[in-house]
Design a protein around this ligand. Structure first.
Ligand SMILES: [Zn+2]
Ligand SMILES: [Zn+2]
Length: 375
């Protein structure tokens, strides 16, 4: 393979603005500083780092966090710094095919289809050594500023973070393993088991993936709520036992319905919205001795919580941050009985990535999950 070749990728040049660039279209970028910066980022240089592989990326999901950076320049405690980060590449839910491997790579070969775990932890800190590498402060995570993402044709990446997917798995499903990992980690944290009753708050991408993960674990009753009927229909399609549109009833009626459907209260509540109201409600809705897993990230730092409801019922509140050691299990579950690619509602070509992001904002209700195909 050549020593140096050109890539194609999508870059944010400003809030709400994305350009798709390759070496033939660089002159379309008027600003010379920006053009030079994009050019540098499009250069792929070989030989490969000995521990890395070169991937031909084929599908990348559009995550809520990507949309936040695109639209607001911020997500949780991370923010885009115009001077430092622009042109910025988003994207972290990737699948593709191995093109070449570094000298130390033994487990992968050219032609293997893989999905990627997007975060490289330091491996040395106390969190890493204790097995909670998702809490590493020095993690390098795709599309978390200042680290660039992977809306790009070719990506060089750590071999140990690439997981082989079966030939029978679609590349779209491969790209959905990353968001599914979040859902599976929530379900693992809640210790969902056969016969369980689970209430999932939110029927967006992560809520629906959580539903699939609960079904996989053998939960008997899985109830979801959302404000959008279109999403609730999708939840029923994917195997929910019941759904509630909590925008069409009072809080009292909502609570009564959840309790009726769960014999007094679900053992597990998984909050997959990140809204101050539903987070409070999660604590109030969990059954006695139940578990609440906080998965959705609220925009505000301080929110009210009904502490007496939680204490009186001895509800355990378990927040999670990303996931750890879960990709192999997710691939198995997806290959087994979790049709995770069905959560994708809208598929776009890389050239149409601006539309994909615009749609994810303006048609938020219908676009449950967008994904980008890269040729
Ligand atoms: Zn994501
Ligand atoms: Zn670490």
């Amino acid at each position: 393979m050549e020593e140096k070749f050109w890539n194609k990728g999508a870059f944010m040049t400003d809030l709400n603005t994305m350009i798709v660039a390759d070496e033939q279209h660089l002159d379309l970028i008027e600003d010379p500083v920006l053009r030079e910066s994009v050019r540098k980022k499009l250069e792929v240089k070989l030989p490969l780092h000995p521990d890395k592989v070169l991937l031909k990326i084929e599908c990348v999901g559009v995550c809520g966090s990507d949309v936040h950076y695109f639209h607001e320049g911020q997500c949780g405690t991370f923010f885009l710094d115009k001077k430092r980060d622009i042109p910025y590449m988003l994207g972290h839910e990737a699948a593709g095919t191995v093109v070449a491997v570094g000298a130390n790579v033994k487990d992968l070969k050219a032609g293997d289809r893989v999905c990627c775990e997007p975060g490289k932890a330091c491996g040395k800190c106390e969190m890493c050594r204790s097995g909670k590498y998702n809490l590493c402060r020095d993690v390098i995570f795709w599309a978390t500023p200042p680290v660039q993402g992977c809306y790009m044709r070719y990506v060089e990446f750590y071999a140990d973070l690439c997981f082989r997917i079966p030939d029978t798995m679609s590349i779209e499903a491969g790209a959905m393993i990353e968001p599914f990992a979040t859902a599976m980690f929530a379900v693992q944290t809640a210790e969902v088991k056969k016969g369980d009753t689970v209430f999932i708050m939110g029927s967006g991408c992560i809520g629906l993936m959580t539903l699939l993960a609960c079904r996989h674990k053998g939960a008997e009753k899985i109830i979801l709520c959302d404000l959008e009927d279109i999403r609730l229909e999708k939840a029923m399609e994917l195997g929910a036992t019941a759904v509630i549109n909590n925008g069409k009833c009072s809080e009292e009626e909502f609570y009564a319905e959840v309790r009726r459907l769960t014999d007094g209260g679900p053992r597990v509540v998984i909050e997959a919205i990140g809204n101050a109201v539903t987070i409070r409600q999660a604590g109030e809705l969990a059954g006695r001795g139940g578990v609440v897993v906080l998965l959705g990230m609220p925009p505000e730092d301080i929110i009210p919580f009904n502490i007496n409801a939680i204490m009186d019922n001895e509800v355990q509140v378990r927040p999670i941050f990303r996931y750890r050691y879960i990709f192999p299990e997710c691939i198995e579950a997806a290959a087994d009985d979790c049709p995770i690619e069905k959560v994708i509602s809208d598929l776009y070509d890389l050239d149409d990535i601006q539309t994909a992001f615009n749609d994810s904002i303006s048609r938020k209700n219908e676009v449950v999950k967008a994904a980008i195909r890269i040729d």
